[in-house]
Design a protein around this ligand. Structure first.
Ligand SMILES: [Zn+2]
Length: 86
């Protein structure tokens, strides 16, 4: 059994996708900084994961979550782009 913050999973996925089509640096340092900024601006969404269990996105996902996550990531990308720490 494992406790995971589902928003962390969603942010990581979405961030990877957005970075592919952006000019923002995608080195490890910048990526983690963006994840930290985005996740600090989102409420945690803890779920208990059983070994091998795959969460269906629909389980923890809804339209409002998508909007909130996108907003938090966009904001984080702007901040890191302005002052990268690498
Ligand atoms: Zn970087």
């Amino acid at each position: 059994m494992k406790l995971i913050n589902y928003n962390e999973v969603l942010v990581r996925e979405k961030l990877e996708e957005l970075l592919k089509n952006s000019s923002v640096c995608d080195c490890e340092q910048c990526k983690l900084d963006m994840m930290a900024i985005a996740l600090n601006n989102l409420p945690p969404k803890y779920v208990v994961s059983q070994q091998g269990e795959i969460f269906s996105k629909a389980q923890a996902f809804n339209a409002q979550t998508a909007v909130d996550i996108l907003g938090a990531i966009t904001d984080a990308m702007e901040k890191v782009k302005r002052s990268p720490r690498h």
